[in-house]
Design a protein around this ligand. Structure first.
Ligand SMILES: C[S@@+](CC[C@H](N)C(=O)[O-])C[C@H]1O[C@@H](n2cnc3c(N)ncnc32)[C@H](O)[C@@H]1O
Length: 401
């Protein structure tokens, strides 16, 4: 039976645990198509587009030790001593690959991309702005996608994010004029300022960050961004019921896949949400970030409670979050009786210093739930006690120690 006649959408046949619905005020959303248990993998998704989060040329104040020479330009694994360089790039700034196989199979580093990136390095107005360099990398990857995989480009175009502002914002003008000067190949249909602005908006709302490994000092910057065609439909909740894992440095072929697992049991029909950033941020930081980066005011249950808190309840010392931004964390104390969600933090927030990751149980095996929780930032595994109290949970293994 074909899919249309069976009444099953393409998405439902590929994602057996999820159903796509429209929710007023949120747009498209993913809900559980059946009741699901803690630790269940509800999605494994491969990127349609990946691009480096690192500028081509760093400014003097950038003390991030990573550079584009740190990761394979195709699979973004950390490069080991032996790497293969692109023979067409300029010798001083050649794209590096972890293996001849990665080099030859890279559609992302096409001849046009290779040439475009080399020319961007000679563009003085761009070199002053690291953020614009990264946005230029995205646009090159997106316009390359239009050529090498038109169907994936259509998926990118279908994601949330329109160029709302009319006329387009100054950065779209600036970046479009730069991309126009790179002789975009014939055959990109609709190449225009409006399309560039729209692509930038889609990137802003939908890109997932693939992070550098967790370091004890808490500094953890992004190594690459990816656009994931199905994961892009997860909405945000400040107390999520799922979280996503990635294992970029793994040997597996699908090292840039992201995996979304449930934090706790979810009944059929309940929306499955991620938190778009670490859950420890306080109310005002969360609201500011969601408005600036994603264009909405969050009205989740946690925000409704915290909206009524006083300023003293809402402020605390500063920490670095997972993308190295400074944001204000909230204080969580065992005795915090005003806060009905405190249980979530005690049970599902990693208590390793400077981590702020979220814990989700390992997938059930043979139908039995696991009592081992994994942190999605530092990879710590923690055995959960039957009764969770402030300091519960025995650490069973440090994955990267
Ligand atoms: C990654 S997309 C999620 C899927 C999106 N709803 C769609 O229709 O394609 C992110 C966008 O979804 C919307 N969104 C996500 N979480 C939301 C929430 N809790 N409340 C309202 N809108 C939300 C915002 O427009 C945000 O920019």
């Amino acid at each position: 039976m074909d899919r249309e006649r069976s009444g099953m959408s393409g998405l439902e046949s590929r994602l057996p645990f999820l159903r796509r619905v429209e929710i007023e005020g949120k747009g498209r959303a993913l809900v559980a198509s059946q009741s699901l248990g803690a630790g269940q993998i509800v999605l494994r998704d491969s990127p349609i587009l990946l691009y480096s989060a690192l500028p081509f040329v760093k400014n003097k104040n950038n003390d991030n030790p990573s550079s584009n020479n740190s990761y394979c330009s195709n699979c973004f694994r950390t490069l080991q001593q032996s790497s293969v360089s692109c023979p067409s790039c300029s010798p001083h700034h050649a794209a590096l690959f972890c293996s001849p196989n990665c080099q030859s199979s890279s559609v992302a580093h096409s001849p046009w991309v290779c040439q475009a990136l080399s020319r961007l390095r000679d563009c003085p107005s761009l070199l002053l702005h690291e953020d614009r360099q990264v946005q230029a990398s995205f646009l090159i990857a997106a316009y390359n996608l239009a050529l090498v995989s038109p169907s994936h480009f259509q998926i990118l175009l279908s994601l949330q994010g329109e160029a709302e502002a009319s006329p387009p914002p100054p950065e779209a003008h600036f970046l479009h004029s730069i991309i126009s000067s790179l002789c975009p190949p014939q055959g990109i249909s609709g190449f225009s300022l409006q399309l560039t602005a729209s692509l930038l908006a889609k990137d802003k709302f939908n890109a997932f960050a693939l992070m550098e490994p967790f370091a004890q000092d808490g500094y953890r910057s992004v190594r690459a961004y990816g656009i994931y065609p199905n994961a892009s439909f997860f909405n945000h909740d400040c107390l999520p019921n799922a979280c996503r894992f990635d294992y970029v440095d793994t040997e597996s072929d699908c090292n840039t896949d992201i995996i979304v697992r449930l934090i706790h049991d979810v009944p059929q029909g309940r929306e499955i949400c991620l938190s778009y950033f670490p859950v420890n941020q306080n109310y005002s930081s969360r609201q500011r970030r969601l408005m600036e980066d994603y264009g909405f005011a969050c009205q989740c249950d946690r925000c409704k409670v915290e909206a009524n808190w006083s300023d003293e309840d809402d402020e605390e010392e500063e920490v670095m979050d997972e993308e190295g931004d400074q944001d204000e964390p909230m204080a969580v104390e065992d005795s915090d009786t005003d806060f009905p969600h405190a249980y979530f933090f005690l049970r599902y927030m990693c208590n390793r210093e400077n981590c702020w990751g979220t814990l989700a149980p390992l997938p059930p095996s043979n139908g039995s739930p696991s009592n081992v929780l994994e942190c999605n930032v530092c990879g710590n595994l923690k055995k959960e006690d039957d009764e969770v109290d402030g300091d519960s949970g025995e650490e069973v293994l440090l994955m990267d120690d």
